[in-house]
Design a binder for this molecule. Structure first.
Ligand code: GRF
Length: 184
């Protein structure tokens, strides 16, 4: 039995691509990709992979597509979800820093990497965590560190953290949870 996964996106969808291409995911299947942004390139990636892709402008609309879904994955989903919504599903998120550093309100996109470089940290990375009503506040599932290099800019750091951490730990976390769902 495969765990059924819904992936929520807003943008480019490189994490979605990593999930769809992951040989590591054996106990889960992406049933649907949901975007709050009709221009998200992630929608094209989903369709090209033969996965159903829809645009939803409200949480009420999203609920309709989540019946029977075991796990909701936020992969660059740029909207804060209500407590009512997060209480209803098992939801995970990928954050481009080592939580509890550089997370919470306002910490998204390049802001995260700007803050890490401004602080002068020597390592940053990515975190997969459960989603609760506190932004970036749920239990940590996976983390991977990435070293800062001399001359890093927010853009170079963002790219390296995606390549060396996000695209690895998000599929890994999905497989881990999928196994937990069906092998207990
Ligand atoms: C990633 O950096 C992710 O950590 C953050 O949003 C970005 C999404 O990128 N939550 P993509 O759409 O997966 O390319």
């Amino acid at each position: 039995m495969l765990a059924s996964v819904a992936v929520l996106v807003s943008g480019g969808g490189t994490n979605l691509a990593a999930i769809l291409a992951s040989p590591e995911i054996k106990h889960a299947r992406v049933e649907i990709v949901i975007s709050n942004n009709e221009d998200a390139y992630a929608l094209t990636r989903a369709k090209e992979a033969g996965v159903k892709a829809v645009v939803c402008k409200s949480e009420n609309e999203i609920h309709k597509y989540l019946e029977g879904i075991d796990l909701v994955v936020l992969a660059g989903f740029m909207k804060i979800l209500s407590k009512d919504f997060v209480d209803r599903y098992k939801i995970i998120n990928i954050h481009p820093a080592l939580i509890p550093s550089f997370c919470g309100k306002g910490m998204y996109g390049l802001h995260v990497h700007e803050a890490a470089l401004a602080k002068g940290v020597k390592v940053s990375g990515a975190t997969v965590h459960y989603v609760n009503e506190v932004p970036d506040g749920g239990q940590i599932i996976e983390q991977k560190a990435v070293r800062i290099k001399d001359g890093d800019t927010p853009e170079t750091l963002q790219k390296r953290i995606m390549e060396e951490a996000e695209w690895i730990i998000l599929p890994r976390a999905i497989e881990k949870i999928a196994k937990e769902i069906y092998e207990i």
